[in-house]
Design a protein around this ligand. Sequence first.
Ligand code: 3PG
Length: 398
Amino acid sequence: IKTVENFNFENQTALVRVDFNVPVNKFQEIIDDTRIQYSIPTIQKILSEKGKIVLISHFGRPKGKPSKIFSLKFLANFLSKKLKINVSFFEDCIGETAIKKVRELKNSEILLLENLRFYKEEEEEDINFAYELSKLGDIYVNDAFGVVHRFHTSITLLPKFFENKKCIGFLMKKEIQYLNQFLYGKGKRPITILLGGAKISSKIKIIENLINLADFILIGGGMSFPFIKIKGGKIGNSIIEKDQIIEKTLKKIYSKYKNKINIIHLPYDVVIADSFKNESNTKIVPIHSIPNGWMGLDIGPISIKNFCKIIEKSKTILWNGPLGVFEFANFSLGTKSIARTIANVTERGAFSLVGGGDSIASLKMENCDKKISYLSTGGGAMLASLKNKILPGINAII
Ligand code: 3PG
């Protein structure tokens, strides 16, 4: 696979697909800029060779509808400060004016374009949309590891227009190296995989692969509710994706892996709230008996103890997804305790891989991100890499 090191960017316009889908709070302040930070080496290489850069990215899930809250505009300023050069912004990602803005770029200048997902075609593998995007650069660089598992236009189709002029960036190269170390290096046992977060449908199918890989699988946060439901528990108003694939996949896992199913550990208790806000009323109850009108927003004290005990005896740990709504201080104890425990175990010699914006943000809150062996910029992408199959975004470059 070609990397940016195989190209000289002098007088070339690099069309760089990044993943600037950074976690933000309600004031649109970035809570964790790891994804941006990690993409800087690629940007700097191109700039130092007097290339021009056009940055394209998605942000959130606007579902094809332009809106202010999903605009990437706020990042132009942030990037300018970070890179100490002016980064300009244009409010579309295709079209005549976008092309004109690209042509006006001088060597070592950067243009950030608007959210690709303002076009529904981005998520539909649309060849015309890919063609329009292809007019924006001479060399295609994919440095968007976080979205490399998606069959999206800018990831799988766009590179087709660049024949020999396509490559991966430094961020992507590093991610592949560490994941290969986890997969093919002699991962010391016990291997523990901890899954939380809310993007259940993208992660559920991977559990089957994980069962064959791990000694313990710990499930928390939004991920746990479909499991509890399928076992006949009451989850009240806790979040749950209504997706039949989730139910089908879970049923399959429970019947196919009867002998190994006890490696999956679910929370025993949960902190519930009567509304989705920090100042709501709370109670601690067993996770399978959440009353109607209440929702689980964090794992409870017994679950924290049980999970930490397993992590403490692990030699290899992989973590994706928070165990609760950690942005609300009252529901952050589970996630923070897990973050601290993984960091401590790593200090004592374990290998740890943590991926996903929220998990990294929680490690930073606890000041223990530097202790982790490797922070991956991908959540779903990191898990998809464990499937032993070449990811669509990599396949498109090979
Ligand atoms: C992520 O945050 O995991 C990536 O940016 C991918 O986003 P998506 O799950 O909305 O495709």
